[in-house]
Design a protein around this ligand. Structure first.
Ligand code: NAP
Length: 326
């Protein structure tokens, strides 16, 4: 069967798919051009895509032979799942294998903002580190502080485990309450969103992007946060109203932020990059050699199962496909 792989992938993954299938692979780092995607999908049975590919009605209408969409990543807001289900196409993602890596990055941002790591690095490189002094370049303690985790799923829990090791007090807000055992293990207490925002010294966002989480954090929520608080965002850009965040950071409504994701990637909201109290990363939450390889292999396994007509291991819409066969 014919497979389109829309991004550069490890050679071992292309070989695995290529054993039994004919692979057209887009071997470049910039996202595949939309027109090329629309042309290439027309005769493909399999699609392995990434977050930068919008798989909408226009793509699905051209993909008349498509049997499976294997997304390389856990977030899937860029794929029209309902449209795929109506056409009988399973859609898969890569949950779990990037959990610890993304939680590491959230914690890296938390520490970097609290201890002004990026500002300090810049100061040294600019030759402005001239002497040690008791009141120079002070940051904030992390241990003993309260971390508010919004979205207590796989990554939220992994952030909580790290924070417990740092001696932080943990509160959370999520759609579904954890079991009492899970809450006890990490001394976690559930709070309404507003209470969490008022009480936390650090807030991490670990929700998926859905219609309910778009602009979950806007000017009203930022106003509720402590002026000494930090916002750490590794979820999806549109969960935060970025223009409101720039205002809050500029006016000192919150002390700082660490961002891995942006509302309109890869454009930044005007003014964001001018602020000293933010650490900005280029959407690298899962970007380690080990994790990106695991993600590619998992996406390939999902793809191969779909091509065989088997239930893919990480299918997002299998129940829907079984309920309403196309
Ligand atoms: P997950 O296990 O599904 O966790 C998401 C959690 O958010 C779940 O507990 C979910 O509740 C909760 N939630 C959903 N809607 C909510 C709402 N409206 N209010 C409060 N909580 C809500 O997903 P994950 O694997 O932890 O990944 C989370 C997200 O991180 C992904 O969707 C992706 O967008 C992002 N991510 C980013 C990077 C990066 O490179 N920066 C890397 C990996 C993932 P339920 O338990 O009820 O479902």
């Amino acid at each position: 069967m014919k497979v389109l792989v829309t991004a550069r992938m490890p050679e071992e993954v292309l070989s695995l798919i290529g054993q039994d299938h004919q692979v057209e692979s887009y071997d470049a780092d910039p996202p595949i051009d939309r027109q090329k995607l629309l042309r290439s999908i027309a005769d493909k049975e399999g699609l392995l895509c990434t977050i930068t590919d919008r798989i909408d009605t226009e793509v699905l209408d051209r993909a008349l032979a498509l049997k499976v969409i294997a997304n390389y990543g856990v977030g899937f807001e860029h794929i029209d799942i309902d449209g795929a289900s109506q056409r009988g196409i399973p859609v898969t993602n890569t949950p779990g294998v990037l959990t610890e890596t993304t939680a590491d990055l959230a914690f890296a941002l938390l520490l970097a903002t609290a201890r002004r790591v990026v500002e300090g690095d810049k100061r040294v490189r600019e030759g402005k580190f001239q002497y040690w002094a008791p009141l120079l370049f002070l940051g904030q303690d992390v241990s003993g502080k309260t971390l508010g985790i919004i979205g207590m799923g796989r990554i939220g829990k992994a952030v909580a485990r790290r924070a417990a090791g740092f001696g932080m007090k943990l509160i959370y807000h999520s759609r579904t309450r954890l079991s009492p055992i899970e809450e006890q293990e990490l001394w976690l207490s559930l709070k309404p969103l507003e209470t969490l925002l008022r009480e936390a010294d650090f807030v991490t966002l670990n929700v998926p992007l859905t219609p309910f989480t778009r602009h979950l954090i806007g000017s009203r929520e930022l106003e509720l946060m402590k002026p000494s608080a930090y916002l750490i965002h590794t979820a999806r850009g549109p969960v935060v109203d970025e223009a409101a965040l720039v205002v809050a950071l500029r006016q000192g409504q919150i002390r700082g932020a660490g961002l891995d994701v942006y509302e309109r990637e890869s454009e930044l909201c005007p003014g964001l990059a001018d602020l000293e109290n933010v650490v900005l990363l280029p959407h690298v939450g899962s970007a380690t050699v080990e994790t990106r390889t695991r993600m590619a292999l998992m996406a390939a396994e999902n793809l191969l199962a779909g091509l065989r007509g088997d239930p893919p291991p990480n299918c997002l819409n299998w129940a829907e496909l079984m309920r309403n066969p196309a």
